[in-house]
Design a protein around this ligand. Structure first.
Ligand SMILES: *Cc1c(COP(=O)(O)O)cnc(C)c1O
Length: 454
């Protein structure tokens, strides 16, 4: 029998959920549609066809509450799933808090993060429709690694554009992507029109996820055998990640807990949505009432400081327009170490849910996050990736609040990846050279001037 005092709460392979959860049909209002960038009419399936296979396009617009996970995908998931739920007893003790802290650990996957949860089904559905090659962007390198792994499993080619600042900071991601058989370029590159235009304007551009997306999209769109894969932001990606929350619900039920607070970090919103959506379903059904908090970096605060508007998903303006919280599609964030959180926009679905008042958002500076990451490593033994240190900093704030008020708050967070290939960032932190960037007010204002008026 599992107990609350256990270090970890485990499901067996046969207890792994076999469906993804689609929150869209359960929402009190439907999310606004994506728009065709030329006509500004709602985009239809055909508008996405140059980039995605039909199975994923249908998932993107699905109104089914649940979608069966294909057997071949379940079989690959079982390499690392179900993932463990840990009780952070060491951290609780160090904080001297009456709160009970649980974390769902996705660092056990082949890439070391939650990204393979969607990379595997994306490769699977592309392969099923005869696609031989996938292109993509990557920030910190987690997504590129995950897609390279998934392509290796399904015998496909994978080509990755990595944001230049991360490419330089994290050389071992390149080696890992190549180990899985992928091809990787720093972005901006001179291989694409989008990349050449950026380099011409600024040869020293640190790159951004928006630029790398433009490059990967440009390479996929004209070729019928090549498609593009996105590691976050889209509805189907968030849906694939709900396996995290579905497992966590079962694991917490094993120790008769319901969370009072859910905390997750948000870059594009996929690990956060993956954890939170199944709990939001339970909340909408009146079965629990957790407060749901997204934590974003102070240097790239799309939810807390962006506008809710139609904008492009990429810098060059090639993607359909999505209504989301955005800092402007050509906003280039400061080179903080959480590369996975440096995206100008937020998932349209998370943005919509935020507008519906179903969740809160806060932003935290990177030094507070690394301090939390180090405290976590020293008490729990796992070195977190820079991205989830944001969730941990938010969790620690919650646990200290509970201490202040003497409450037995139950906190659930997503530890969405380990930081074994991000140690240069920890070096930076220890050397005292890590700086907090002020909110880049003027840069954001400038980029916002170029958000299309729809
Ligand atoms: C990609 C990534 C993120 C950011 O993406 P989301 O879609 O917001 O989850 C956060 N953490 C890790 C470890 C990542 O790899």
């Amino acid at each position: 029998m599992a107990s609350r005092d256990d270090r970890k709460i485990l499901l067996s392979e046969s207890e792994m959920p076999t469906q993804w959860y689609n929150i869209v049909p359960d929402l009190p209002a439907p999310p606004p549609p994506a728009l065709h960038p030329g006509t500004l009419e709602p985009a239809g399936p055909a508008d996405f066809e140059p980039l995605f296979p039909m199975a994923l396009i249908m998932q993107e617009v699905s109104m089914d509450q649940y979608i069966d996970i294909p057997g071949e995908v379940l079989d690959v998931y079982r390499m690392w799933r179900p993932s463990p739920l840990y009780r952070a007893r060491g951290l609780e003790k160090a904080l001297d808090t009456p709160a009970r802290i649980y974390y769902k650990y996705e660092g056990v996957s082949p890439a070391g993060s939650h990204k393979p949860n969607t990379a595997v089904p994306q490769a699977y559905y592309n392969k099923a429709e005869g696609i031989t090659k996938l292109t993509t962007e990557t920030g910190a390198g987690q997504w590129g690694t995950a897609l390279a792994f998934a392509c290796a499993i399904f015998d496909m080619t994978c080509e990755v554009w990595q944001v230049r600042s991360s490419y330089d900071q994290k050389p071992y991601r390149k080696a890992m992507i190549e180990t899985f058989g992928g091809v990787i370029h720093p972005s901006p590159s001179d291989l694409t029109e989008a990349g050449r235009a950026i380099l011409q304007a600024n040869p020293a551009s640190p790159g951004s996820l928006g630029i790398a997306i433009s490059e990967a999209v440009e390479m996929a769109a004209p070729n019928p055998d090549v498609k593009y894969a996105l590691g976050s932001v889209l509805n189907h990606v968030l849906m694939h990640q709900t396996i995290i929350g579905e497992e966590a619900l079962l694991q917490l039920a094993m120790v008769e807990e319901t969370p009072d607070v859910l905390v997750g970090c948000t870059g594009g919103g996929s690990n956060f949505g993956g954890l939170a959506f199944p709990f939001m379903r339970e909340k909408m059904a009146g079965k629990m009432d957790p407060r749901v908090i997204a934590v974003e970096p102070a240097a790239c605060p799309s939810l807390t400081k962006g506008v809710y508007a139609y904008d492009f998903g990429d810098t060059a303006g090639m993607t359909p327009l999505m209504k989301m919280h955005t800092l402007g599609h050509d906003f280039v964030p400061d080179p903080i170490h959480a590369g996975g959180l440096r995206y100008h926009g937020m998932a349209p679905l998370i943005s919509h849910i935020y507008e519906l008042g179903m969740m809160d958002a806060i932003s935290i500076n990177q030094t507070e996050c690394f301090e939390a990451g180090v405290q976590f490593a020293r008490t729990e033994g796992i070195v977190p990736a820079p991205e989830p240190t944001h969730a941990l900093a938010g969790t620690i704030r919650q646990a200290l609040e509970a201490k202040e008020s003497g409450e037995e708050r139950v906190i659930l967070t997503a530890l969405c990846g380990h930081g074994h290939l991000d140690m240069a960032a920890y070096d930076r932190y220890f050397s005292g050279d890590m700086v907090d960037y002020d909110f880049p007010e003027e840069k954001v204002q400038d980029a916002m001037n170029r958000i299309p008026s729809v």
